[in-house]
Design a protein around this ligand. Structure first.
Ligand SMILES: [Zn+2]
Length: 140
């Protein structure tokens, strides 16, 4: 049974969640870091506000310079896609549930995994922590 999950969730709340996690210091121009911008237009498919920077005149939105740039996904789809990838759901399942192509899901998953790999430390973890051995005696 297929649940209409993207129709049951709120785009505005998803947008708020994305901004909080993708732009913890607030949405700023990715080109010059200015936070002075004016509403330029709203995208048709993803329903995102596009801003025009008051300083450098470039346009940007919530997904600019992220894995989701130019993917035309609604905020609900982005949140559910991130959730699904983190939970290890299959691309076929996610594509079906979120009304996306398998290619889109696969590309996003691949980019997320590459980014996560890039965040891993170069040094090995120290394995010096010794856990106490259980000697079979139970103390009351
Ligand atoms: Zn700017």
């Amino acid at each position: 049974m297929r649940f209409p999950i993207t129709e049951l969730l709120d785009d505005q709340e998803s947008r708020r969640w994305i901004e909080e996690h993708f732009h913890p210091e607030g949405l700023k121009c990715p080109n010059c870091s200015s936070d002075e911008a004016r509403h330029f237009r709203t995208t048709e498919t993803s329903r995102l506000r596009v801003y025009r920077c008051c300083h450098c005149d470039k346009t940007y939105n919530l997904y600019s310079k992220t894995v989701f740039e130019k993917k035309h996904l609604r905020p609900v789809q982005v949140v559910m896609l991130l959730r699904g990838v983190c939970k290890g759901e299959s691309s076929a399942e996610l594509a079906d549930e979120l009304c996306l192509s398998r290619t889109t899901v696969h590309e996003v998953r691949k980019q997320l995994q590459e980014n996560a790999k890039g965040l891993q430390p170069d040094t090995l973890l120290q394995d010096e922590l010794e856990l106490p051995r259980f000697d079979g005696q139970v103390t009351a």
